[in-house]
Write a protein that binds this ligand. Structure first.
Ligand SMILES: NC(=O)c1ccc[n+]([C@@H]2O[C@H](COP(=O)([O-])OP(=O)(O)OC[C@H]3O[C@@H](n4cnc5c(N)ncnc54)[C@H](O)[C@@H]3O)[C@@H](O)[C@H]2O)c1
Length: 260
């Protein structure tokens, strides 16, 4: 068990990538707070973990709400004696060109990723520093942390920004044995992507299969989606890595779609 007795908070863990990371952490022995803006989905993930013999709690936490973030983080630290791992994963997408996107939607996307990344790290950092046993903060970035796609301007800006936040945290956290890293997935078949498929296919006048082939997987080395299992494995590796040798990094888990 690579995360025995560790305490982890995973945001956006009611679905997709976060859900699988939460389940993998529990399998590796961590106590996991499954948090999501949708409490029912968080509860369902936590129940799956408990049914499999793991330890999990479920909390509603909107990562853009400072009060809620602090309340949940403090509660987890009080109940389980600290925080060792934060996976700041909650995310949304909004498709629009920069010429068309409303200021409201621009701010909404930046808020979930950047305010969310900041607020959840700040809340966990306080406990990691106080408890003096180090920690690991992991952001879910994207291949869009490094390059751009049309109609994803706010998302690209937010994901690029997370890399900066991660690097700054790695410098400051090092004094306390706290590491920060970013996982940058390519396309993973989760609800976030499923919602985009019909919209983009209709806009381009092609089938969803054609869109996947021509746009989504075109620049991978093997025409394959990245899987939640592949990402969860990297998230376990990063969380369990023992030294500061691996900090401030972003790792593209992307079937070669982007190479750093
Ligand atoms: N799916 C992909 O292809 C892909 C690729 C690269 C990066 N990512 C990133 O991975 C992360 C997870 O995405 P996913 O694909 O699993 O999508 P998903 O839609 O399956 O899961 C996202 C989760 O975040 C939650 N969420 C949304 N807003 C929130 C908020 N304000 N506070 C708390 N929770 C909130 C949702 O309720 C949902 O459960 C996101 O940061 C996303 O940008 C996804």
């Amino acid at each position: 068990m690579r995360l025995n007795e560790k305490v982890a908070i995973v945001t956006g863990a009611g679905s997709g990538i976060g859900k699988h990371i939460a389940k993998s952490y529990a399998r590796e022995g961590a106590k996991v707070c499954v948090s999501d803006i949708i409490l029912e989905t968080a509860r369902a993930t936590a129940q799956e973990i408990r049914d499999a013999g793991g330890v999990a709690s479920a909390e509603r936490m909107d990562v853009t709400d400072e009060r809620e973030v602090n309340q949940v983080t403090d509660k987890v630290a009080a109940e389980w004696g600290g925080i060792d791992i934060l996976v700041s994963n909650a995310g949304i997408q909004h498709l629009d060109t920069i010429a068309d996107v409303s200021f409201e939607n621009w701010k909404r996307v930046l808020a979930v990723h950047l305010d969310g990344g900041f607020l959840t790290s700040k809340a966990s950092l306080r406990h990691m520093i106080d408890h003096k046993r180090g920690g690991s903060i992991i952001f879910t970035g994207s291949v869009h942390s490094y390059y751009a796609s049309e109609q994803k301007g706010p998302y690209c800006v937010a994901k690029h920004g997370l890399v900066g936040l991660c690097r700054a945290l790695a410098k400051e956290g090092a004094h306390h044995g706290i590491r920060a890293n970013t996982i940058c997935p390519a396309l993973v078949r989760t609800p976030l992507i499923e919602k985009q498929l019909p919209v983009l296919a209709a806009q381009r006048g092609v089938s969803e299969e054609q869109l996947v082939h021509d746009l989504f997987l075109r620049f991978t080395v093997d025409n394959e989606y990245t899987t939640v299992a592949e990402l969860a494995e990297v998230a376990v590796f990063l969380a369990s890595f023992p030294t500061n040798a691996l900090t401030g990094q972003s790792i593209c888990v992307a079937h070669g779609m982007h190479m750093l």
